[in-house]
Design a protein. Structure first.
Lengths: 203, 203, 203, 203
DNA sequence: AATGAATGAGCCTTCATTCAT
DNA sequence: AATGAATGAAGGCTCATTCAT
C-alpha cells in the first residue's frame, strides 16, 4: 500500500566504489531523460532503465522521485557554483558581474534544456527551500552589487532579485530559442544588467 | 491508456447559450484548479467535478486534457491582448511601452499564479506553436520599438524577444514573491526595459 | 507518486443498479479471496480480477485496500447483527443468551474462515474504531446480563468483555478445527458461558 | 518476487559462541519489531538492521522470512513450556490447573503484544504444523484433566481444546486491553475453566 | 563468515479516455 | 446532449532474496 511520502534528502550515501558509480549513473540518466524527453517523461522506472540499473537500486539511494530531482538540482547547482565563485576575485564590480554572467551563460549553453527545466522545477514550492534555489549565485550577486564601481542601488536586495531573474530568464529563453553564441548572449545579458543598474536616469 | 488526443483544438464550438456557459464553466474550473492546486492536481475528472459537469460533457467540448489547457491559454491570452492593444494609440513610443507594461502587470497581478503557470506550460514544445505564445504581445512590442522616439536597435527582433522575456520574467517572479504593488512593479520593469534600450549609449 | 493514504470510508455510494452490482461483486470477491487464500493473498488487483471488474472500478468505490477490508467487515457485522438482535425478545435472560450464541455459531459456521480472519483483522488498531468492533453484539450481551434470571455479576462490563471473548474465541477455534455441528458447538459455548456466570457460587 | 523458502527450519545451527549470539540477536530483533510495530512492519531488512547484522548474515541463519517467524515462535514456546512443565508436580489437579494458568498469564503479561501476535500467526495454515501449536501446553492440560480430583469429562480431548482456547483467548484479550494485574486475570481465567469443567449441570 | 549492493516481481493507486444508457 | 460507470495502461515504491566481493 502507499506509504507516507518520503523525504527529499538522499537516502544513503554510496560508499563502495561500485555504489558511487551506480549513484552517478542514476543522476546522469535522470538528467538525460529530463533534457531529452521533458518532465512529463521523467519517471523512476525509466530513469532506472536508462541508468542500466534496477528500480530497486534507484530506491536504495533516493527515497523517491522528488528526491531524485532534488539531488539532480543540487548536482547542477554545485557544478555551476564552483565556476561562479571565482567571480569574487575580479578586480572590479563590473568585471565580477561579467564573470558571473559568463559562468551563467556557459552553464546554460552546456545543457540548455536541462538547465531550463531545472529552473522551472526549482520554482515549485515543495522543492524551493530544499535546494535553496540559486542561493549561491544570489549571494555572489548581492556581494558584487556593493562593489564601489557599481552605481549604488536604493534597494539592493530587490535589485539582486531582479538582476538574478533577468539573467536566468534571458539565458533560459536563449537556450529555448537554440542560441549557441555564448559571447553574443553574454553581451546582451550584461547590457540588460548595466541598463538596469545605471538606469536611474530613466526611472 | 490514454491515446494521443485527436487534436488540440476545441472539439466543437458551443453555440446554444447553455453550451456557451458550460464551456466557460469548464475553462474557469480549470483555471481555478491550476492556480489553486498546481499543475500536479490538474486532471480532467477534477475539472469536470469542479465545473459541476460530467466528465462526459467535458469531453464533448474538449478532445483531451491538452486541448483544455490550450483553450485556457487562449482565453487568458485573449483577455490580455484586448487590454494591451490599446497601447498602439499612445502618442509616443515610450508611452506605448509604458502602456504595454502596465497591461502586462495588471494581467499578472490579477491572477498571479495562474499567469505564471500558463507561462511555464506555454514553454512546453508540444504546446508551443499551438498557442503561438505571446505572439500578440510580441507583435505590439515589435511595432512599438520602431517608434521614432525610441532609440533604434541594431537587431530589433532580438531586442523584441529580450524585452518580452524580461517583462514576462520580472512580472512572473514578482507574482511568485507575492508582490502586489502594481505601480512599483511597473516602474521597475520599465526601468529594466529602458535600461536595455538606452543602454548601448551608456556602454 | 504515492499519495497520502486514503480514508477508510467507502468512496461513493453506488446508485445506478449496475453500480450496485459492481459494488457487491467486489465485496464478495474480497470475501472469497480472504477465506480461500488468506490475508496474505488479499490484494486489490486480485480482488478486482475475481470480481470480474477493472481495478479502476474497485477504486471508484473504495479509496484503498484497507477501506475495502473495512467495508467487508461492516457487511459481515450487519448480517450478523440483524440475526442477533432478535435475542432481545427472548422471554428470559438464559434464553436470550442462548439466542445470541446460536446466532454467533450460525454466523461462524456459515463462512468459518472468513469470520475468523475478520475477527483477527478487527483487532488491528487502525481498523478498530472504524468498525466499532463487535459493538452491537457487545451491547446486546451487556443488556442481557442485566436480565433478572441471570446471576448478578460484580463487574458486568468486565464480564461482558470476557463472555464476548469466550464466544468469539471458542467459535473461531471450532471453525478452524473444521467443526460443523452447530448444535454441539452451541451447547459447549453455552456451557462455558453459564460456567463463567454461575461460577462464583461454586468457587 | 520472493520464491518459496527452501524450508522453514533454521538453516544451520550456530555453534560458535559468537554465532549463537548473532542468532539470538536476530530473533530478539524480530520479536521487538513484531511487538513494537506489528506484523506489517516485520521485514527481513529491518530485522537485520535492528539486530546490527547484515541482511546476508540473517540469511545465513534463516532460510527465509517464514523460517525466522517460526524460529521465534519456537523460542517463545520453549520459554513458556519450561515454566508450565512444573505444573505436573502439583499435588492436585486443581492446583496443576492453577499452575498452568499462572504460567500462561505470566508469559502473556511479560510481552503481551508479542504473545498475541504470535498466537495469531500460529493460526495461519502454512505455519500451523511447523510449530505444533500449543502442543506442549495442550499435552500438559490433557494430562491434568485426568487427575482424579477434577470432574471427569465426557469428551476430554474436546474439553482440552476448549479449555486451551479459553485460556489463550482470555489472556490475549486481556493483554490487548492492557490489563496488568496478573492475579486478577488468573482468578478470572480459572473461574472460567472451573465453570466449564464443573458445568455439567448446565450442559 | 560476513557484508551490503543489487535485483525485480509484485502490489497500490491514479487518471485520461470511452461508451452504454 | 448529458451522464457517470467502467476501463486499464502507467508509474510509484517495497521488500524478500541473491551474490560478488
Amino acid at each position: 500500500m502507499a506509504r507516507p511520502p518520503s523525504s527529499l534528502r538522499p537516502r544513503k550515501k554510496p560508499v563502495q566504489p561500485r555504489a558511487v558509480e551506480t549513484y552517478a549513473w542514476i543522476l546522469e540518466a535522470a538528467a538525460q531523460i529530463l533534457e531529452g524527453q521533458g518532465i512529463g517523461a521523467f519517471n523512476t522506472n525509466l530513469v532506472a532503465e536508462r541508468a542500466g540499473v534496477s528500480i530497486g537500486s534507484l530506491y536504495q539511494y533516493f527515497p523517491g522521485k522528488q528526491a531524485l530531482l532534488v539531488a539532480l538540482m543540487r548536482r547542477e547547482k554545485a557544478r555551476f557554483s564552483a565556476d561562479a565563485a571565482a567571480a569574487q576575485e575580479a578586480s572590479s564590480g563590473r568585471a565580477a558581474l561579467a564573470h558571473l554572467v559568463a559562468a551563467a551563460v556557459r552553464h546554460q549553453l552546456e545543457r540548455p534544456e536541462l538547465a531550463r527545466l531545472i529552473d522551472v522545477e526549482e520554482a515549485r514550492p515543495e522543492v524551493r527551500q530544499e535546494v535553496e534555489s540559486a542561493s549561491d549565485f544570489r549571494k555572489l550577486l548581492r556581494a558584487t552589487l556593493d562593489r564601489p564601481d557599481l552605481p549604488p542601488q536604493p534597494n539592493p536586495d530587490r535589485a539582486t532579485d531582479d538582476l538574478g531573474d533577468i539573467v536566468r530568464l534571458l539565458v533560459d529563453a536563449a537556450g529555448v530559442r537554440g542560441e549557441s553564441d555564448a559571447e553574443a548572449l553574454e553581451r546582451r545579458v550584461l547590457g540588460a544588467l548595466f541598463g538596469y543598474l545605471d538606469g536611474p536616469a530613466a526611472r
